[in-house]
Design a protein around this ligand. Structure first.
Ligand SMILES: Nc1ncnc2c1ncn2[C@@H]1O[C@H](COP(=O)(O)OP(=O)(O)OP(=O)(O)O)[C@@H](O)[C@H]1O
Ligand SMILES: [Mg+2]
Length: 245
């Protein structure tokens, strides 16, 4: 199983959009996918209209075993949702003996998937340290603007620090330029800088596309909501790229 966290401490850069559409796209290629929301904002729950019996809070504090918190929402696509209560669960994790390894242990018996995709919160806190200890790969969505590029460097340093602390070697396997507007000078310049610095690690950009903004309102992935849109084409490319790695 490939375990990928979609992570960036910067908010609003397209992490949730990327996690949802990457997971949905992979499941449509006959890959069995578990999508996990690790953000107390609980965006996946609403964006995909999941009716869950249990969530990450229940799994972490031990109300339910993790398998009972998994909801099937489409062929090959299972989800574990989160909500505000995940903040309390984070406090529970902090009290454990090895707090950064809590989720790794919790998911040790969750098998049978080709991909685990984790949507991370915009922070460098304990939840993200757990995500990094659990996964082998990090995908970092980066908004194609000046602050996005600055944030990327800090994110990479955070991952290196986490590797040293936990004795792991999670690798940044894709940097995904997002919210790309080809008419905008800053977007073009930032994309060029990211491509120069990270060359083959940098994926094709995901263009600014209104359909990507609308899809969550209807509880759908971009492939169900607007399959001919630029957003669907861009995420299809990311899916193909991920499968080719
Ligand atoms: N390529 C895109 N084109 C247009 N809108 C987009 C695109 N990607 C994301 N958005 C919109 O931008 C907003 C932020 O995106 P998203 O929620 O995916 O970011 P995030 O990094 O998960 O945010 P947070 O840090 O708050 O979790 C949302 O309204 C989303 O619909
Ligand atoms: Mg998000």
């Amino acid at each position: 199983m490939r375990k990928i966290c979609v992570i960036n401490q910067k908010g609003g850069v397209g992490k949730t959009t990327t996690a949802i559409n990457l997971a949905a796209g992979l499941s449509r290629k006959n890959k069995k996918v578990l999508l996990i929301d690790l953000d107390p904002q609980g965006n996946i729950d609403t964006s995909l209209q999941v009716k869950a019996e249990g969530d990450m809070f229940d799994a972490i504090v031990g109300n339910q075993v993790v398998h009972q918190c998994i909801s099937n929402i489409a062929t090959n696509l299972d989800v574990i949702t989160s909500k505000q209560s995940l903040r309390e669960a984070e406090e529970h994790i902090a009290q454990q003996e090895k707090p950064t390894l809590f989720l790794k242990k919790m998911f040790a018996n969750v098998n049978g998937y080709d991909f685990m995709i984790i949507d991370c919160p915009p922070s460098m806190g304990l939840l993200n340290q757990n995500a990094l200890a659990l996964c082998q790969e990090a995908f970092i969505p980066v908004s194609t603007d000046f602050l996005g590029y600055e944030g990327l460097k800090r994110m990479i340093e955070f991952i290196q620090k986490s590797n040293r602390k936990n004795g792991t070697d999670i690798k940044v396997s894709r940097i995904i330029p997002t919210l790309y507007d080809r008419r905008n000078r800053i977007c073009k310049d930032t994309l060029a800088e990211i491509q120069t610095e990270f060359s083959s690690l940098c994926s094709y950009p995901v263009h600014l596309n209104s359909k990507l903004k609308e899809a969550p309102k209807y509880g759908k992935s971009i492939f169900s909501y607007a399959k001919s849109s630029t957003g669907a084409k861009d995420y299809e490319q990311l899916v193909e790229d991920t499968l080719a790695m």
